[in-house]
Design a protein around this ligand. Structure first.
Ligand code: MN
Length: 228
């Protein structure tokens, strides 16, 4: 084999590798190709960047990069006893294309942020007040629970895509702040998705899936069908 032919094969291999690598990257937020891209709803006086409408950067102001009120406790009195306050690109338009986001989570005593997953982001959480029992479960075939009780100042990471939860294990309210590796992490709450879809998944299918009687499925579906 000549050197020339080997070089050509290396080049072809490199092109295939590069193509694969770039297609894998589409699972994540695109890297910004400009300083700022403030998300805008009205496309007049807007430019397209990374497939989204952006405010003309000359018109961007400090308020486009600003959100206030995350210090204010939210009311967690609902069926699970927790309330998430997102600071995603929808709430903070200047986050658009930048690949990060934040949330505040308020917990009633013994309140739960029920099992859920973020399809586009790893989450890093810190406890500001109270004690939380937190965990995530690894995927098939291990399904290993990785869990811990966190106290004020502790930090825990929930890897991208994995199902996780947080529960207040104290008799006082708790507060946590989470950072996300996406401007729009996405949220799939397992209970709502499986038992509260519209229209509902057939109770026969869910009875088989969870190895319980259809009546048990109907009972759970009725709870998730109620408006929140
Ligand atoms: Mn989460």
């Amino acid at each position: 084999m000549t050197d020339c032919k080997m070089e050509f094969q290396c080049f072809v291999a490199f092109v295939i590798f590069a193509a694969l690598a770039s297609s894998l990257c589409y699972a994540y937020d695109p890297s910004p190709l400009q300083d700022i891209c403030v998300a805008i709803k009205d496309p007049s006086s807007a430019v397209m960047v990374n497939g989204k409408f952006c405010k003309d950067s000359k018109l961007a102001t400090a308020d486009d990069f600003f959100f206030t009120g995350l210090n204010i406790p939210r009311n967690p009195s609902n069926s699970v006893g927790s309330q998430v306050t997102p600071v995603f690109a929808d709430q903070l338009p200047g986050l658009n294309t930048l690949g990060v986001a934040l949330a505040r989570i308020d917990f009633a005593p013994y309140g739960l942020n029920p099992p859920h997953t973020h399809p586009r982001a790893t989450e890093i959480l810190t406890v500001l007040e109270g004690s939380l029992y937190v965990g995530f479960v690894t995927s098939d075939p291990d399904y290993r629970l990785v869990s811990k009780v966190l106290n004020k100042g502790d930090v825990f990471v929930f890897p991208i895509g994995l199902i996780h939860f947080q529960q207040n294990v104290g008799h006082t309210s708790a507060v946590a702040i989470s950072g996300f590796g996406s401007q729009s992490p996405g949220l799939i709450v397992i209970g709502n998705t499986v038992f509260g879809s519209k229209p509902p998944i057939s109770d026969d299918a869910l009875a088989k899936a969870f190895q319980v009687d259809k009546k048990v499925v109907d009972e759970i579906q009725a709870k998730f069908a109620m408006p929140k």
